[in-house]
Write a protein that binds this ligand. Structure first.
Ligand SMILES: C[S@@+](CC[C@H](N)C(=O)[O-])C[C@H]1O[C@@H](n2cnc3c(N)ncnc32)[C@H](O)[C@@H]1O
Length: 237
């Protein structure tokens, strides 16, 4: 976060239009309205190659096309006005890639504390490795599967980061006590129920109707721990 508490997230993509839906979502729109900055930068805008070319065939052969390092260099220079090798010292520059560090609550919290992030979306076979080695501070994966492009991964990461920032969620949607938070000792959240209290004979746990706040708190904590143990996650407390 910057001193004024605001965060800038830039997404470098071949498909900026994918993010029109994303920016229309309530918590994302709230975050922008409260001063956080979201930008979608077209990788093709500064390409030095003719015809808007951004990729090329892989050395060593094989299927698919690889995003070129000179094109990413020109794009980042065009957007930021400096050498991308220096840029990663000023802000986290993140390559979204299936083999990267797995995105989890710890990494999201870490990234939400940064003043500025740049997310690079790959396509086709992915990035020329020199992009990751020389321009990026991080390589991040959203799971052990392969998407067609980095845009959905960028949305997942930006969504998780934005909802941690002041101004994104309404009070009712507070992110303080939810799955994997410190308030729950890193465990998944406990189960929720609402009206009707009895539906087709499926009743709500008695304790939740009791009005005993301490018992409810203990019951929720116990269910949360059980879920943590069942999913193989370690409880922090
Ligand atoms: C088709 S994928 C490239 C897959 C690459 N050839 C491989 O086998 O690892 C194209 C782009 O989608 C994005 N992508 C796909 N799956 C992802 C994941 N699980 N996490 C983050 N980004 C992903 C990356 O930006 C990647 O460069």
């Amino acid at each position: 976060m910057r001193e004024d508490g605001r965060v800038q997230i830039d997404v470098v993509t071949l498909f900026p239009q994918w993010f029109e839906w994303f920016t229309g979502q309530r918590h994302v729109a709230n975050a922008v309205a409260s001063g956080h900055d979201l930008r979608f930068l077209d990788l093709r805008e500064h390409t030095p190659l003719s015809g808007g070319q951004v990729d090329d065939t892989p050395f060593g052969g094989g299927a698919g096309m690889v995003l070129r390092v000179d094109v990413m260099d020109a794009a980042l220079r065009g957007f930021y006005g400096s050498d991308p090798v220096e840029l990663r010292r000023e802000r986290r520059v993140i390559a979204l890639t299936p083999g990267g560090r797995m995105l989890d609550e710890g990494l999201v919290t870490e990234l939400a504390a940064e003043p500025a992030l740049t997310l690079l979306c790959g396509r086709y076979e992915g990035f020329d490795e020199r992009i990751v080695q020389h321009f990026c501070s991080d390589a991040v994966s959203i799971g052990r599967y392969v998407l067609a492009g980095g845009e959905l991964a960028a949305m997942v990461l930006a969504d998780a980061v934005l909802r941690k920032l002041p101004g994104s969620l309404g009070h009712a949607d507070s992110a303080e006590e939810e799955s994997f938070s410190a308030a729950l000792g890193g465990d998944p959240e406990y189960p929720h129920y609402t009206r009707p209290a009895d539906y087709r004979g499926w009743t709500v746990p008695e304790v939740l109707l009791s009005g005993h706040h301490e018992e409810i708190r203990r019951w929720r904590r116990a269910r949360s721990r059980e879920r943590g143990a069942a999913s193989g996650g370690a409880s922090l407390s």
